[in-house]
Every structure is written in structure tokens, then in C-alpha cells.
Design a protein around this ligand. Sequence first.
Ligand code: MRU
Length: 343
Amino acid sequence: MQPIQSVAWSADGSAVTILDQRCLPSREVYRELRTVDDVCSAITTLSVRGAPAIGVTAAMGLSLALSDDAQELTTARQSLRIAADQLRATRPTAVNLAWALDRVLRRSDAATNVSGLRRVLRDEASRILAEDRAMCRRIGEHGASLIDQGSRILTHCNTGALATAGIGTALAAIYVAKSQGKRLEVYADETRPLLQGSRLTAWELDRSGIQVTVLVDGAAAALMRSGRVDLCIVGADRIAANGDVANKIGTYSLAVAAYYHGIPFYVAAPWSTFDPSTPSGGKITIEERSADEIRRGFGAQTAPDEARIFNPAFDVTPSELITAIISDRGIHRPPYDFRHLIP
Ligand code: MRU
């Protein structure tokens, strides 16, 4: 079976190809993004989503900023800065986006002409993509060491191949544990309101031959109380210096329930998701999304037009509820000090 490729260069290299996640699980549709506007729209509409995949896509998208006739290096640099600002504004919470854009921009400073600039943009974006793939693999290996034979695992949102350029973060641990011959049972929170758990996680686990049970988010605590969960593993969109974690809305309630039931709660993420410049979770900007995601869920009237809506896309889980953080560099336990580990 072909591995899932959430984002890649198009065959002729002139565009960025994404697997349009809005169409899953019913249709596997690939789209070519040819302009920075295309990339911005793919990110804001969640055609491409998941913190690492957003960072990789934005980095690749920057290379679309230079028009063919951009002769002047100064003009080209100006277009690049405008494009970077536009991309950066698409989603505020996942730090991978800003991290990837800044990294490409820093590299591009060395270019002395427009063709050199083009080359640097493309090479650095390709490097970010390849590194993300390798980081996923290492996260999977570290994470799998926490998974015993016969483990029953509860996860939230989608943290697999669809959310990254590789095999995922939290789901990578599950994929690697499975490849080591461990028997597993996976529970996937539906993940309201956009159903990344039921539409995406269930789709990709099923495609990999891993049996999955989908539950509504509100059933997670009851499942834990019934004694059917050995551990929880989730991803992250930003990890603050003190170990507080911003992740998909519903993660915090899951962590509170796991803490109450004495169930280990793990967070898995690559180093591009760590943000040592943010001291704690309270300083993380939480994206608020359109009221229509709640009022008209997938086109149906799901709340009256008159009702006011609260629709944060993420929440912050305080570090004291987290048993350990799994990164590509190992397993980190409190008290956290990530600064010296980040290049
Ligand atoms: O809004 P999304 O679908 O981009 O949110 C994604 C999540 O919250 C994931 O759990 C997180 O980015 C980790 S992805 C490896």
C-alpha cells in the first residue's frame, strides 16, 4: 500500500501537491497549489492541517512567491516578505508555521541573485520536509517504548501521516509499536467540531490495518472509568517552556479525565513544535474559528442562528497533567528545560 503523502512537490516541481483533507474519508482528492494565495487558502480551510504539515506546506509555499519575471533581488525579497506575512497570518496557534517560515527566510538572506534565491527557498523547504519525516520516525521509536503488548490507547484529533510529512507524532508511536508486533487497541475521539478523529484518524488507522473504535469526545471519561484505557497519547500545536501544551480543543478535558482516573497522559511532538520563547500556556494565542463550524456542521443546521457560539480550535493542557512529552530527541519528564536541547 502506498504511504500517505499529505504534502509533496508536484511532479514537475512547479507546485505543491496536497491531499485535500476536507474530502476524507469519502474521497482521496489531491490538489495542486500554484500560488501563495492557494497555499493560504488550503491552510485556513484545513485542506492541509496538523501543526507539522502546516509548517512544511507553508515553507514550500514560500517558493511560489517569486513570479517568473522577478528579476530584481530587492523586488523578489519584498515579494517574499509579503508572502511570509500572509502565510504566517493563516493560523496562529501551531508554532511550526512561524518556525518553518523564519527558517526559510533566514536561509534566504545568503542569496546574492534571484536564481540563487529560488534555489535556496526550494532547498530549505525540501530539507524541512525531509527532516519532518525523519523526526516522525524517531518520535515513533521513542513513543513505542511506552506502549506495552496489549495496550489500549486513547487518542484525540489527528496526529498521523495526514498531520505531518512522515508517519505522524502520537500515531507514529502506534504505527511503530504495531510494526514491533505489539497487539493494540486504539480508541479515537471523534474530535468535534471538525471531526479530525473520526474522519482522518479512523481513516488512516483503518488503511494501515489497525483496528480503531471511534467515540464522541464526551464518552472519553466514561471509557476511562470502565477500565478500557491504559494510556492516552495526543499531539501538540505548541509546547511552552514550562511544558504546557496547546493542542486541539478537547485535549485539556481528556487530560483532566486521565489524571482523575490515574491513566498516563503522553504528548508527542517534533522539536519544531517546542517554543521556548513562550514561558507558559497562558501566553499562547488560541485560534477562534468561524461560528458556522458549530451552527452549520458539515452543512446541516446544528445550532439555531440566534445562539451565540464559542469555538476555540485549541486549548492548553497544563504541564502537571502530562506524564511525559515524547519528541524526536527522547522522552522528557518534568521539571522541563528544553532550552539547551534546541539548536
Ligand atoms: O486544527 P488542526 O486539525 O490543524 O489541529 C491539529 C491538532 O491539534 C493536532 O492534534 C496537532 O496539530 C498535532 S499534529 C501532529
